[in-house]
Write a protein that binds this ligand. Structure first.
Ligand code: SF4
Length: 469
């Protein structure tokens, strides 16, 4: 997904920027990048963080250690090398962003045919930040250019642009990714994740609205463009991707997950010895389940944390499988002869749950395993923030394909209603495929209700395939 940070400080901003950017490390494992301006020049540094974490890469980098300046932007990127320093007709800007442009090839081709040159095209793939910058450059002003860029792209993109006048923070058109403004004694910071503010002493001031643009300059924050009316915040941030200490639109992630776990328990009817969450994001659901049902939480699967990253982020299936195999270790004494509910944030591909976690629990002597997913079955690859999933990769779609003579069906609506006979048939096959005693998915209305936000302000595309905007 990626995460971004911008800081304007009265003193050197490097240390705050370093830690605030590091607090976005759960959002990407491809590149970490920093750009700092001393008012005259902007220096940037980008590192691959595929094999070593952002903190270790940057803390040992002498160029970064020598950077000085009061203004800076930072990014943890899941795809593109960023930030880029681009000379636009409005001046020079360091730019980074969060999002995904589905029609990037078409837009790049159009621009190339019009004589625009792209410098960053490794393996023929366009750098989305460079593409966005070239679209912005078509505007009459930088704000006009940002709006033009939004109007051209199919997908979403939130951006930070550091220039001579300060830093523009522009949230994507429908607010799918968050941007939050925070303040500490006159220093201002904007970030994707509010968890990045807390230990640095910043206090949240405002969640930027969809399509809103603000300009951060010394001691001042100015609204450049008012927010639009339609918000479609990514619900998957609450379910899985967000850090538990963060808030989106004022709602804390851990609180959402615990409450969601309570709802799962309320709807459940199995007699079990304990409930366990698949670490890390499944844990809070297990706590909520336990609070509601009175069934104890136990930890039969222990995550060997040193060195193992989140397993959905590494790009290849081979790497994801290796991480899944090695990361969780069973405490066999807790499992033998026991009946358990296992809470998972989601079942995306299902391969890790099936091939590694469940096999380990059965091999350790589990008597019954009831799998509970904290969100409904994922039916559509995200086309706004996560670029890695394909239709064939989704567990639910593979099951449906099997049910329909090896072909993907267009109309999945009958399989979205948990009370329909089609859904029940699909779920039976899923239980068999996963090899679980029972499987239950959170209902869509329960998941949305647990956010406390109006349903129409949440993106549900990956579950329903429906777009409000
Ligand atoms: S499609 Fe799913 S993952 Fe993508 S933005 Fe919407 S809720 Fe988030």
């Amino acid at each position: 997904m990626s995460g971004i940070v911008a800081i304007i400080s009265k003193k050197d901003c490097k240390e705050d920027l370093f830690y605030a950017t590091d607090y976005h490390s759960h959002l990407g494992t491809s590149y970490g990048g920093i750009a700092i301006s001393d008012g005259k020049r902007t220096h940037k540094k980008i590192h691959s963080i595929a094999k070593a974490q952002f903190k270790s890469r940057f803390s040992e980098d002498i160029d970064f250690i020598n950077m000085r300046g009061n203004t800076g932007i930072g990014v943890i990127s899941d795809r593109d090398t960023q930030p880029l320093i681009m000379r636009l007709k409005f001046g020079e800007y360091a730019i980074c962003g969060v999002g995904y442009i589905n029609n990037q090839n078409k837009l790049a081709k159009q621009l190339i045919e019009q004589g625009v040159v792209f410098s960053e095209m490794p393996n023929g793939k366009v750098n989305q930040i460079e593409l966005a910058a070239k679209l912005i450059n078509r505007g009459k002003t930088i704000v006009d250019g940002i709006q033009y860029m939004h109007s051209q792209i199919d997908g979403s993109l939130s951006l930070l642009l550091l220039g001579k006048e300060g830093i523009y923070a522009a949230r994507d058109k429908y607010g799918r990714s968050p941007l939050v403004l925070s303040e500490r004694n006159g220093d201002n910071i904007v970030a994707s994740e509010t968890c990045s503010f807390k230990n640095l002493g910043f206090k949240t001031k405002k969640f930027l609205g969809p399509d809103e643009i603000i300009l951060l300059s010394r001691n001042k924050v100015k609204q450049i463009k008012k927010p639009g009316n339609v918000l479609q915040l990514c619900t998957f941030l609450y379910v899985y991707a967000g850090f538990p200490a963060s808030e989106y639109e004022g709602k804390n992630v851990e609180e959402f997950r615990e409450y969601s776990g309570r709802i799962i328990a309320k709807r459940d009817n199995v007699k079990i010895d304990f409930v366990a969450g698949v670490a890390d994001s499944g844990t809070a659901y297990a706590h909520g389940y336990s609070h509601e049902s009175g069934v104890p939480v136990r930890i039969p699967l222990l995550k060997y944390t040193p060195g193992w990253a989140r397993s959905y982020v590494p790009p290849s299936q081979e790497t994801r499988d290796l991480v899944a195999l090695m990361k969780q270790v069973t405490a066999d004494a807790l499992i033998k002869g026991q009946k358990m509910v296992i809470t998972e944030d989601s079942i995306v591909r299902g391969t890790q749950l099936k091939n590694f976690l469940l096999v380990k629990l059965w091999n350790a002597g589990a008597k019954e395993i009831h799998a509970r997913s904290a969100c409904p079955a994922l039916m559509f690859p995200c086309k706004f923030l996560y670029s890695t999933r394909k239709l064939d990769e989704l567990f639910a779609r593979r099951i449906l394909k099997r049910m329909h003579s090896g072909k993907h069906i267009k109309d999945v609506d009958p399989y979205l209603d948990p009370d329909s006979k089609e859904y029940k048939k699909m779920k039976k096959l899923m239980e068999k495929d996963l090899n679980v005693t029972s499987l239950r998915y959170q209902r869509l209305e329960d998941m949305l209700g647990a956010t406390g936000l109006p349903e129409q302000s949440l993106c549900t595309y990956c579950w329903t395939g429906k777009e409000i905007a």
